[in-house]
Design a protein around this ligand. Structure first.
Ligand code: AMP
Length: 210
């Protein structure tokens, strides 16, 4: 069963902890494919039905309903595999922002063999809050521009997303301190993830290097 599923690692943690930053860096390394549900949603046409639905939820700091999220994500990752951008036989799938509920984790099980959950940990909530505010200004992100929306995102994380950690076996969860520099955080993630990549893709070690 697991051979049919995408070999996957999850970037997990509260809003603003740096999942997107790490995912984008990893994506540049051959053998890693980054998939972010937030990016998939933001790339929708804002005037389309789905684009409007996304705005309706994200502008309140709420999650898009699970069925819509899982459908759009799966369509996107499947399309990337058809286009050969994502090569399931050679690439470790790096999920950022998925799953965000236990229901999503259940659905994801059909498609992904989760090898590790990289839990980015930051105890300093004020620092996260500030990071999100700065990012919102820089990237013109309406969802995180207002303090009330940021607060709601943290509440939703605690209530709906954090329980996802109990879905996965304790030994698959890797805690990484998210407060170092991006390079330090990356180093810790690679320390943990590269051995998993080698174990699962040992025939393709040099593929993708140009
Ligand atoms: P992010 O870019 O990961 O911070 O996500 C931005 C917004 O997209 C979130 O506040 C949600 O409204 C929506 N979103 C992203 N990922 C998910 C998900 N897995 N489930 C539901 N909504 C999501």
């Amino acid at each position: 069963m697991s051979t049919d599923r995408y070999q996957t690692i999850l970037l997990f943690g509260p809003p603003g902890v740096g999942k997107g930053t790490q995912g984008k860096i990893l994506h540049e390394v051959p053998g890693f494919f980054h998939s972010s549900t937030g990016d998939i949603f933001r790339n929708l046409d804002a005037q389309s039905e789905l684009g409007k639905l996304f705005f309706q939820y994200s502008s309140r700091g709420e999650l898009v309903p699970d069925d819509v999220t899982m459908r759009i994500w799966h369509q996107n990752v499947y399309a990337q595999s058809i286009l050969q951008m994502f090569k399931p036989n050679a690439d470790l799938l790096v999920l950022d922002g998925l799953p965000r509920s236990v229901n999503q984790a259940n659905v994801l099980y059909r498609y992904c063999n989760v090898l590790a959950v990289v839990h980015l940990v930051c105890k300093d909530k004020d620092a996260l809050f500030e990071r999100m505010r700065r990012r919102a200004l820089k990237q013109n992100r309406v969802d995180d521009a207002k303090p009330d929306v940021i607060r709601r995102r943290f509440e939703v994380y605690e209530a709906e997303t954090k329980p996802v950690l109990d879905f996965y076996p304790g030994e698959s969860i890797i805690e990484v301190d998210a407060m170092g520099s991006p390079a330090e955080v990356l180093m810790h993630i690679l320390d943990e993830v590269v051995p998993l990549q080698k174990a699962h893709f040992d025939l393709q070690t040099s593929e993708g290097a140009e």
